[in-house]
Ligand binder design. Structure first.
Ligand SMILES: [Zn+2]
Ligand SMILES: [Zn+2]
Ligand SMILES: [Zn+2]
Length: 295
């Protein structure tokens, strides 16, 4: 059971692209590949529909990708760009009769109790989100018999998780990883890894670090996510990167590591939905800003 289909629902860093109020070249790019919602992935594996991270764009992402059913939500960590959409999972409760099941670490659950205090109170407001939690650590776990391997990585000083689904691995918000954990990443068809800047960052891989990591792991194909407007436009990134390392983009589906040939009607519908959602962003003059150190 190694086959895995992964759709990138969002490939942007915590602010997304375009960034509110920004006039840079990337934020003003007319190329839809440069429109990036907050990082999240939809994984079809072992007959299960699995969402990895549920950021503030969850609702838009589910509607845009036409996803109607989830079996599990996995959380990498509790930063707002990865959990901010959890309240909207209520729609699955009401519309689809599914009470969301969430797999996460104890420290993530502790943080959720603070962020979403009202969903954990003794006196629940009628209609409030009802979540079922499954606490995991860095050991393999199963969703109804479907095994998933967590990968322990560091996000600055915060230990977080990536996940391996058969021969596809998804890691975001990583700044370092122990070599013992890299052992879990052998023989991959595809790996996804994050980078935010071309220069070093305290809690994320830079572009050179991500490329070096991808080459060391040696998956058949590697994809970059959690990208910021401080990196070049998508097309330039594609030209810059070595073969087999690609910038991911919202709506990209990979099947056993390979980009899936997309039905043009579906892709057009996806782009139309993206344009409609982003129509409020006018395109003023194009300017380029240099990355600020420490951003
Ligand atoms: Zn993030
Ligand atoms: Zn910008
Ligand atoms: Zn984070």
């Amino acid at each position: 059971m190694n086959g895995c289909r992964l759709t990138f629902l969002g490939t942007g860093t915590s602010q997304g692209i375009p960034v509110v109020g920004c006039d840079c070249m990337v934020c003003n790019s007319p190329d839809p590949h440069d429109r990036r919602l907050r990082a999240s992935a939809f994984v079809e594996y072992g007959g299960k529909n699995i969402l990895v991270d549920c950021g503030p764009d969850f609702r838009t992402q589910m509607l845009r990708a036409g996803i109607k059913k989830l079996d599990a939500i996995l959380l990498t960590h509790a930063h707002m760009d990865h959990i901010g959409g959890l309240d909207d999972t209520r729609a699955l409760q009401w519309g689809r009769g599914w009470e969301p099941h969430i797999w996460c670490e104890q420290r993530v659950l502790d943080a959720l109790k603070k962020h979403f205090y009202y969903a954990f109170s003794d006196q629940l407001y009628p209609g409030v989100a009802t979540w079922h939690f499954h606490i995991i650590d860095d050991k393999p776990f199963s969703i109804d018999g479907v095994e998933i391997v967590p990968i322990r990585v560091m996000h600055g000083k915060l230990p977080i998780l990536g996940f391996r689904f058969g021969n596809t691995a998804y890691i975001t918000d990583m700044s370092s990883i122990e070599s013992s954990e890299e052992e879990k990443l052998k023989g991959l068809d595809a790996i996804t890894v994050n980078c935010v800047l071309q220069v070093p960052h305290h809690s994320h891989f830079s572009l050179p670090q991500a490329v070096e990591f991808a080459q060391r792991i040696g998956a058949r194909e590697s994809y970059l996510t959690h990208l910021s407007h401080y990196l070049p436009e998508h097309k330039k990134m594609e030209r810059l990167l070595p073969p087999h390392i690609h910038p991911a983009y919202d709506g990209l589906t990979i099947n056993c590591g390979r980009p899936e040939k997309r039905c043009p009607c579906n892709w057009k519908r996806f782009l139309d939905r993206t344009r409609a959602y982003l129509r409020r962003n006018d395109a003023p003059a194009l300017t380029w800003h240099e990355p600020e150190p420490g951003h």
